[in-house]
Design a binder for this molecule. Sequence first.
Ligand code: ATP
Length: 367
Amino acid sequence: MSVDKNENEPGEQAGTAGPVETAVPVETAESVEAAPADAAETPDPADSDELIGSAAAAEVAAATPERSAAAQKVTETLSRVDPKVGVAKPDMILTATGVQRRFGGMTAVDVDHLEVQRGAITALIGPNGAGKTTFFNLLTGFDKPNQGKWEFEGRQISRTSAAKLARTGMVRTFQLTKALSRLTVLQNMLLAAPGNPGENLFGSLFRPLWSGVEKRNTAKALGILERFNLAAKKDDFAGSLSGGQRKLLEMARALMTDPTMIMLDEPMAGVNPALVQSLLGHVQSLRDEGMTVLFVEHDMHAVRHISDWVVVMAEGRIVAEGPPESVMQDQAVVDAYLGAHHDTDLGDDALLDPAVLARLEAEEEKR
Ligand SMILES: Nc1ncnc2c1ncn2[C@@H]1O[C@H](COP(=O)(O)OP(=O)(O)OP(=O)(O)O)[C@@H](O)[C@H]1O
């Protein structure tokens, strides 16, 4: 469908509007592979996910992650929730109602009601063009709806900019852009620190105050980098990191704002399967520390293994929600997600197999 992207837009174009008041950098969702050639370095074989073989990947795919106490508790709580679209959650942190976003004559998002459970990992999935990114951009203050409202922690936030949202405790990750790739890992972290006073006139006039804050931010950044095994890379250009390390850096940057809810934009995109398990572990640890996580994702391995709850979109609407194992079997989901491939189990790790993916793609091309 040909659509004029600027027609009938109530807000800024999705993904391009940015907060002006935040230290959280505003970036468009450019490919993480867009690292500048001048920043590229030869990856260290010890930590580059690109260099790990398929045997390790197979092992990772077969591994069953241990379930933490937090995971068990949230699973138990959500097992009592009826898995139907728009269902109420026992302790919701985010609620969206009557959200519509149209581009020209096309309705990209049409969500009646969604509640997100506090302390859970919720995956937002769906086929290409389902409206996931548009919905995600709306919820995170990067786009404005034609109608609808949503609340975070009981506060109306549908007209709140991403800048202010970060201060209320909701933060989203951004894929590294060319500009950020040219900064070092540590500089990326400091840029994400809230209230970085060096950025304004006051900060530059009162240098001693600024350096105190900067010292604290640096200590905090180094602690977070340590946790994500990136401390040794602090002075490297972000653009020289492997795909998996970039994803870790995106998460690490978000933690600089001490969020209660973290919104992840395709945390597994461009990550070698060998590093997927480690990344999944980091996402789970956010939940285990009490954070709420909502992520948009194509990677079914991630969705099946770490989500406590899955929300499925198709053609702008939510068509199913529930625990991963039941949602993946839902006929509406299979129909929406896989089109003709009804015989394929969405949660099947065989989908990680390049041969299976190649076969499905070839079949799709023939249709
Ligand atoms: N700024 C825009 N202007 C016009 N149409 C848009 C705009 N952004 C998204 N769309 C359209 O809205 C629909 C939903 O797109 P969206 O990117 O939200 O889907 P998605 O589920 O995230 O897809 P994908 O998995 O491919 O990223 C698509 O038809 C897309 O072409």
